[in-house]
Design a protein around this ligand. Structure first.
Ligand code: ATP
Length: 214
């Protein structure tokens, strides 16, 4: 089987994620996409992650439920410590070495690949799929060629550009605006039931606005 790992903070998982997973699967003839929510993402400030790992996992689990080719994996949530992608990939590959493994990320994240832990080792393990995202053109990946031995293992995939981000969703929540249809319906229900992303007074609005500038 051809299987892709889709890592992210998923704070919360949204329709942008669902669309790139579906379209990358079609473009590359993948059999499955495994969503792997990060417990404590090493590249993000712990304080910038709003929902708990369990809430983020529950939302991902609800989101993948309606697609038989999608699933969620707890490996990073259960680790309870920051995990780098290279480590996650090695664990999943060791579990199922018979599969051909891919790793899906947005082109914006791939453009930072030189700052990831052991990017060349990661690219030896998996073919990296860079999904396009509004505002991040694939030409922004050109600079990676000089820094990576395995640059040819990065495969750009042109996806429908959906201008939805988790940051934007959290901001709308704080402003009391609707996020319905920006996230899968069941995720919207979980957010409402568990009262996620409602203001908690921990940070100022200014800090949230800054977060949106990536
Ligand atoms: P945040 O706004 O909190 O940074 P995010 O919306 O980028 O979150 P992540 O969980 O960090 O969501 O995303 C996981 C992966 O999905 C990343 O590689 C990211 O680039 C990609 N991604 C997220 N939203 C989109 C989108 N709308 N189009 C394409 N890729 C996306």
């Amino acid at each position: 089987m051809r299987v892709a790992i889709f890592g992210g903070t998923f704070d919360p998982v949204h329709q942008g994620h669902m669309i790139i997973a579906e379209q990358v699967m079609g473009e590359l003839g993948l059999d499955r996409v495994v969503f792997v929510p990060g417990g404590i993402p090493p590249h993000k400030e712990a304080s910038s992650v709003r929902a708990t790992a369990e809430d983020r996992y529950a939302m991902v689990e609800a989101a993948v439920e309606t697609n038989e080719r999608f699933s969620a994996d707890r490996v990073e949530v259960d680790a309870g410590r920051p995990m780098h992608s290279v480590e996650t990939v090695e664990i999943l590959k060791t579990r199922s070495p018979e599969h051909e493994w891919f790793f899906v990320t947005g082109a914006d994240e791939v453009s930072n690949l030189l700052t990831w832990k052991e990017p060349d080792r990661l690219l030896e393990q998996v073919m990296m799929v860079a999904a396009t995202r509004p505002g991040y053109d694939l030409s922004k990946l050109d600079h990676l060629e000089a820094g990576l031995r395995n640059f040819d293992r990065i495969f750009p995939v042109e996806c429908t550009r959906v201008d939805i981000s988790a940051t934007g969703i959290r901001r709308r929540m704080l402003q009391g605006k609707s996020i319905r249809y920006l996230v899968p319906e069941k995720v919207w229900e979980i957010i409402a039931q568990r009262r996620l992303y409602e203001g908690d007074g921990k940070r100022t609005e200014g800090e949230h606005l800054k977060e949106g500038v990536r």
